[in-house]
Design a protein around this ligand. Structure first.
Ligand code: SF4
Length: 316
């Protein structure tokens, strides 16, 4: 039977970012250095496939430090942790390694600097996301006010409206955040913040590629996990940019083929924590059913790399 033709647009950049790559390497190095088990507080990156393959090598994933024994190393995930977590690990004299993405650590430093200068902090982020919890946890409880939407800005109860600063989660929608930042500036003209926002290069670049790709596609699939903030933002960006059927899939078996009936083109991208193997698995599933012509939609070339410490240093 002849297969129907399909143009498969492939976004570039897509998938793994430098922070995710570094965090995974840190777990692998820890397993080499200390042997199994090595504990990891929270999914090292939000991807089940990555977590399962590290688990097979001897990593044990837990949500809280009190689930780890004192005598095994623990790694903190790429999303960052509240200050109280390494403090507790140090108190228990545990070996711990911080795999927080350097771009998240940069936001932690910004927040601490503004706090030292006596400014009250506002964080633009998603409630309950580990990165938001980690960044807010850099300062004493109650010192950071969370804003999730433009509507939230009107509800901010500032100690002194003239002495405010803001930081953002790194994986937000660029466009939504521009609106929230504008609302903050309109209500608090003296608010201090980063030049644009703290959204990282990987999030920005993946959203840009989706914006370029979405109008060409009959449907779009984002390979990523439901708890991956940047993957979910790609789905939203795809819908807003003109591809009404934009869906998240973790793996090829998740594809709803019935919903894709009759399409002539598909767009494929992946969140920053989705490995290329899974993207290839999805592409192969389309090749099985269609005569696929791949067209790259490249909007940026990335060559960011974060150094992984050659020797994992144990904090004093
Ligand atoms: S998405 Fe951005 S902030 Fe998050 S790990 Fe990747 S580079 Fe770092």
């Amino acid at each position: 039977m002849t297969k129907p033709p399909l143009t498969l647009y492939l976004a570039a950049p897509r998938g793994f970012c430098a922070g995710v790559d570094r965090a995974i390497k840190i777990v692998e190095m820890a397993l080499q250095k200390w042997g199994a088990p090595v504990y990891v507080r929270h999914e090292i990156v939000h991807n089940k496939y990555v977590v399962d393959s590290l688990r097979d090598k001897g990593a044990v994933f837990v949500e809280e430090l009190d689930e780890c024994p004192d005598d095994r190393p623990v790694i903190f995930s790429a999303h960052g942790v509240p200050k109280a977590v390494p403090a507790e690990a140090a108190k228990r004299e545990m070996i711990y390694v911080d795999a927080t993405c350097p771009l998240v650590s940069k936001v932690h430093i910004e927040a601490a600097r503004h706090h030292e200068n006596g400014l009250q902090m506002i964080m633009i982020g998603h409630e309950g996301h580990p990165e938001t919890i980690g960044t807010m946890g850099q300062l004493p409880e109650g010192e950071v006010l969370l804003v999730e939407t433009v509507a939230d800005v009107a509800k901010v109860d500032a100690r002194d409206p003239e002495r405010l600063a803001f930081v953002t989660q790194t994986t937000l929608s660029v466009d939504d955040t521009i609106d929230i930042v504008a609302a903050l500036h309109a209500r608090f003209p003296k608010i201090v913040g980063p030049h644009k926002e703290d959204i990282c290069y990987a999030t920005t670049n993946r959203q840009e590629a989706v914006k370029a790709m979405a109008p060409k596609c009959d449907a779009m699939l984002v390979v990523g996990a439901p708890n991956s903030s940047n993957s979910r933002r790609l789905v939203e960006v795809g819908s807003k940019a003109g591809c009404a059927y934009s869906q998240l899939v973790q793996r090829a078996p998740d594809i709803d083929w019935r919903a894709l009936d009759g399409i002539a083109s598909i767009g494929i991208t992946a969140g920053a924590s989705a490995p290329e193997e899974l993207i290839n698995e999805v592409i192969d599933a389309f090749r099985d059913r269609y005569e696929v012509t791949v067209e790259m939609v490249e909007t940026a070339v990335e060559n960011v790399e974060f150094k992984v410490p050659r020797v994992l240093r144990v904090p004093a």
